[in-house]
Design a protein around this ligand. Structure first.
Ligand SMILES: [Zn+2]
Length: 116
C-alpha cells in the first residue's frame, strides 16, 4: 500500500475543526487593522463565514453518521464507522470494505461511486 487512507468521517471532522480555527485566526488578524474599518469588517466577515461553514459541515457529519455502518475492525478490533462501500478504520486507518468481491483488492475510493 503506497498511500495511507484515512476514515472519511474523521477527514471531514478534521476539516471542520481546521475551519473553526482558521475563522478565529482570520478574525484575530482583523484586529490588527483597526485603523481601517473596511479591513476589520472584511476580516470579521470572512472569519464569521468560515465558522458558519464549519457549523454546517458539523451538521452534515451528523446526517452522514446516520448512514454509516458499524463494523469491527479486523486489524485493531475496535468498533468503527464506515461510510460507503470502502472506508478506512477510524483508529488505525486499516482499509475496510463491505463488499466481499472487493476484498483483498487494492483499496480505491472510486469503488464508492460505482453503482452495481
Ligand atoms: Zn482499526
Amino acid at each position: 500500500m503506497g498511500i495511507k487512507y484515512s476514515n472519511k468521517i474523521n477527514k471531514i471532522r478534521t476539516f471542520a475543526l481546521v475551519l473553526i480555527f482558521a475563522g478565529i485566526a482570520i478574525m484575530y488578524i482583523g484586529l490588527f487593522f483597526q485603523q481601517s474599518p473596511f479591513l476589520v469588517t472584511a476580516f470579521m466577515l470572512l472569519g464569521f463565514l468560515a465558522i458558519i461553514a464549519s457549523t454546517v459541515i458539523y451538521f452534515w457529519i451528523g446526517m452522514l453518521s446516520s448512514k454509516t455502518v458499524q463494523v469491527q475492525c479486523p486489524n485493531c478490533g475496535k468498533q468503527t464507522k464506515m461510510l460507503g462501500r470502502v472506508d478506512a478504520c477510524m483508529y488505525c486507518d486499516e482499509p475496510l470494505t463491505l463488499d466481499k468481491s472487493l476484498e483483498g483488492k487494492e483499496f480505491d475510493e472510486s469503488y464508492n461511486k460505482k453503482s452495481k
